[in-house]
Design a protein around this ligand. Structure first.
Ligand code: SAM
Length: 173
């Protein structure tokens, strides 16, 4: 599987802190390697790093990155998730699995340049909903959900359970 990067644009630190945090957590859980956020937000970086320290993996988050710069330095296909895009079921088979992809999600109105630059403008249904939902559905279908229960080698591992909470604390090697 190729590397998956997420570019979150239009982040307003006060208003969007919870949604952007969830964009990052959802990306991490569903197998992405890195998330870029256009507005500098050290608190957001700190929150995501602390989740990775506890639950493992090498997911990274960088804020204050312009989407134009992220895309310029990226070698792969750019997928923009938008309710106006092509049907997911039709576009998905054309999106390569052997090339890295960068997925762009918006917050408020997305500039027309993003639509022009994207290799694929893809809708997850034709109703307006949420960047977290669109990302989760896209990533699940693109990856087949293969990372959902992967051991990330963190300080803590959650063991699936019918009832109650089972958390194993791993001894550092
Ligand atoms: N009205 C905004 C626009 O014109 O782009 C949409 C704002 S929506 C709250 C925030 C983001 O969620 C969008 O930029 C898009 O990435 C994602 N999104 C929302 N609904 C979607 C859908 N049906 N399919 C794909 N992405 C969607």
């Amino acid at each position: 599987m190729s590397d998956i990067r997420i570019m979150r644009i239009g982040h307003r630190p006060e208003r969007d802190k919870r949604v952007t945090t969830h964009v990052a957590l959802c990306s991490r859980a569903l197998g992405a390697k890195e998330v870029f956020v256009d507005t500098y937000d050290p608190k957001l970086e700190e929150n995501i790093h602390s989740v990775s320290e506890n639950f493992g993996g090498d997911f990274s988050v960088k804020t204050g990155v312009k989407w134009q710069d992220a895309v310029k330095e990226f070698d792969g296909k750019v997928v923009h998730l938008t309710m106006y895009g092509r049907r997911l079921d039709e576009a998905l088979p054309e999106i390569p699995k052997d090339e890295d992809i960068m997925i762009i999600v918006g917050a408020e109105k997305v500039p027309p340049e993003v639509y022009q630059r994207a290799d694929f403008n893809v809708s997850v249904g034709n109703q307006p909903h949420s960047e977290i939902a669109a990302l989760a559905i896209f990533l699940y279908l693109y990856t087949g959900g293969e990372t959902l229960y992967a051991d990330k080698g963190g300080r803590m591992t959650v063991i699936p359970n019918e009832r109650g909470k089972t958390v194993v604390e791993n001894i550092p090697r």
